[in-house]
Write a protein that binds this ligand. Sequence first.
Ligand SMILES: *Cc1c(COP(=O)(O)O)cnc(C)c1O
Length: 420
Amino acid sequence: MQNELRFNTKAIHGIVRKKDVHNSLRFPIYATAAFDFENAGDMEDAFAHRKPCHAYSRITNPTVEFFEQTLTLLENGFAGIALSSGMAALTNTFLNLLQKGENIIASKYLFGNTCSLLKDTFNKFGIRVHFADVNDPVALEKAIDENTRAVFCETIANPQMHVTDFSKVSRIANQHGLVVITDNTVTTPYLFEAKKHGVHIVVHSTTKYISGGANSVGGAIIDLGNFDWSRIPALEKYHNLDRFAFMARLRKEVHRNFGSCMSPQTAFLQTLGLETLSLRIDRSCNNAKIAAEFLETHPKVKKVNYPGLESSDFHCLAKELFRGMGGGVLTFELADKQEAFEFIDALCLIKRATNINDNKSLVIHPASTIFADFSPKQRQAMQVTPGLVRMSLGIEDHKDLLEDISQALDHLSWKGSKRQ
Ligand SMILES: *Cc1c(COP(=O)(O)O)cnc(C)c1O
């Protein structure tokens, strides 16, 4: 009856597993590097992939596999793999799909490290990236050439809070036979059903919502089973495996050789996180919406960026794509860097930390931290202004959060109304 279960039930009961020898209700942590074989013949079979079994935990581990299968089920995917971090998931995805001389089109609004990976790291290996406004079909089409293999975007990119218009992206990608890869970190399969919107590969930093409260660093790649891999030259050796081609090269070559595996201890925590995912996301999105509405009416705040606000350019799109919710992160503009710093320093409850989608509410000044390596001109192009503050709303009581935000704004020296 697996396919009939709803999201929340699948998150708890989705994967049918063998009964545990001790009747443990929770899948145990298999804290081991290697696994025992009965005889040399079994070992030979294992190495030839004739029998599914575990041999060495860099390659597969039962606890990690349980997490991979649960997340794949929640994404309605075909196959999935867990990795040591979100950056490892992105690196492995691109290296699996691209070879020297090929390129991808990436949204110009991206997580800072992803931008640097594509622009600086891969560039030296001959893998190119063309940045484009992926919501603009003309710009997207113009960026594509005969060596383009994929389009990459995030569901809601921060700090711009830019929402990708997937109907446009997937239409053009399909016309050109390109893989649509999406970073679903901030929306997770609970808010965004990637497969329904024409995505082929989903990438996650499971460090954020999925971990269950920022208790560990992790990543995942899910193949949604809806792309014809015979179009991808980098997978040539695996074309005979049809639907398995992408995951086969990843498992047998790229992931195995790079060695960025998830530990069983982390997989245990992340599986626990999946069980409570929707409860936490509902509260966090609700808190973010309440905070955004409060900030929007505050005279000291110039502008609030949050797709859950009716005034947002992305409101309709977000409503349609993300179960009517706007996510747990918002950004807003104060007068300048000094005001942003004053505000951040005056917060009592909300923590100053470089993370998002934690159970705790967190705040950061993007221009001086995550975007510090970019030039002022680049920051301007990415809409990272000196007065911009990013806030990720946790699952605390919204009244306490509003009190904290309100008292911190009261701290700012009054420079008159800045609202246009
Ligand atoms: C945090 C984050 C990453 C990187 O993930 P790590 O687990 O820190 O390596 C990638 N993409 C997005 C959208 C993120 O928020």
